[in-house]
Design a protein. Structure first.
Length: 167
């Protein structure tokens, strides 16, 4: 939260994503020899998703290192997916076919295309606890239960994030 604003205004988000993702993959390669169960969530920003050269390079690299597929989850914000370039789906298909998984975070619109997400390789969605609590407190607990059931039916895990209190 501290560096994203300044990094974005300086045009550095793609470079930071690039460095973080490749470093994550390097660390996983080392860790994989000792602990093959560790999973890293690597976030990709909208700027990165629009950088065709970077996306092509990372897809090529990750296809060559399929042994890491069970240890990497590529995370994309819901708002960034809505603005993603058309050819991103083809890249995601290549990664999904290589065994990689995806997660959607920053979910604020609960009207999700669950069959489409599952088909694209999304295995989790992250929803803020505050949003779910607001629905429950507004008498829409049944809608939250239905959402969870639909996610389960499509093999998508619900990750409730930002749990800041007992409530």
């Amino acid at each position: 939260g501290t560096y994203i604003g300044p990094a974005k205004s300086a045009g550095l988000l793609t470079s930071i994503d690039n460095i973080l993702l490749f470093r994550c993959l390097q660390l996983l390669g080392k860790l994989h020899r000792r602990d093959s169960t560790a999973v890293f969530f690597c976030n990709l920003s909208a700027n990165t998703l629009r950088d065709d050269d970077f996306v092509r390079d990372i897809v090529t690299y990750m296809q060559r290192h399929k042994e890491l597929a069970s240890n990497v989850v590529l995370e994309v914000a819901q708002s960034d997916m809505a603005d993603a370039p058309d050819d991103l789906e083809a890249y995601f298909t290549k990664l999904r076919d290589a065994g990689y998984r995806f997660s959607m975070d920053g979910v604020s619109n609960l009207d999700l295309d669950m069959p489409g997400l599952a088909e694209s390789g999304f295995r989790s969605v992250k929803i803020a606890a505050k949003l779910l609590l607001e629905l429950i407190e507004a008498g829409q607990g049944a809608a939250v239960r239905t959402l969870k059931q639909q996610l389960d039916q499509h093999g998508i895990d619900l990750i409730v994030e930002r749990i800041d209190s007992e409530r």
